[in-house]
Ligand binder design. Sequence first.
Ligand SMILES: *Cc1c(COP(=O)(O)O)cnc(C)c1O
Length: 389
Amino acid sequence: MLTDFLGKALGFDPHTISTPAFVVDERRIEKNLARLREVKERTGCHILLALKGFSMFSTFPLIRKSLDGTCASSVHEAMLGKETFGGEVHAFAAAFSKEDMESFLSITDHLVFNSFSLWERFKPMVLSAPRKISCGIRVNPERSVGRVAIYDPCAPGSRLGVRHKDFRPDMLEGIEGLHFHALCEQNSHELEIVLEGFVQHFGEFIPSMKWVNFGGGHHISRQDYDLEKLCRLITDFRKRFNNIPVYLEPGEAIALDTGFLVAEVLDIAGSGPDTHAILDSSATCHMPDVLEMPYRPQIIGAGEEGEKAHAYQLGGLSCLAGDNIGRYSFDAPLAVGDRLVFTDMAHYSMVKTNTFNGIPLPSIYRIDMEGKMHLERKFGYQDFKTRLG
Ligand SMILES: *Cc1c(COP(=O)(O)O)cnc(C)c1O
């Protein structure tokens, strides 16, 4: 059914690959990179890839042509950034252990601390490290613009970033940068609000800094993103503060709409409104944000529940009663063996997969700039077993 038309629109034939699988298209990544390059060229800012949002390192030779480095949320991400991307490695986490710090000291170029107590504790280690590391403090601009509280670092009670009332100007010696991260899938209008809060609370400290990091969450590669405004905000900010270097560290903007999850229908069961199509994939294992965020993923050729003639509840392979992807409708009845193509699955879904129930991880395919398909990785029993002992 979904076939020829599908293959043409996608740039690959979903019937020729082994499922479940993520398929990431470098031609789509390059489109996003072109937007990011424009921001860099027009403002002189630096842009890092936030590894937590997208870590498919076989695409890094392409991405590193356009971006300046990576930002990590842990030692392991920092190691991956250093090993597979190159360029600058920045790291931030809500807290660091002494072991973390020992590793970071040989890997990272920038380290961002979430509190002055962390900074006080690790300052001697950082200053005596054999390499120069530029340290920053993450601040909380206290401008809540997030729609979903768990994704809003400025939500009341947030543990992320130092608030104005807790800021310690007396402890800034050795601190070279200020970092804020307050956005999630947002436009430059929201950045303007956050930036205003940042300057209001912390503006007096910027002249003594060597850099400012505007964090991630900038949805720069989305169609309706106001790029003009972003460029104006960065340019004005840099003008106002003596041309200070500005970093952005988006994750999602690099991989937005660049990848697919392809799944196969394994069974059609039930009847009437309880007709289920069970897939060889799973919401909880392969696209957990569908349940966590929650959101409804798009499927090529499918409509809303009542839109087309044949409706199904799409279900995952796991034993979780709530492992439902949603209710969708199709022009033709689904059949065992059909392939479904979920769109926009490269960011976050790929890094959050798990092997609950022993369900295999999706294979990883890469489509290169010439349109050629490469199988990067197929996972097996050992990938499941080695996590458990
Ligand atoms: C999550 C996060 C990012 C990346 O966010 P995106 O929404 O993927 O752009 C960057 N920096 C920090 C500190 C983050 O926590």
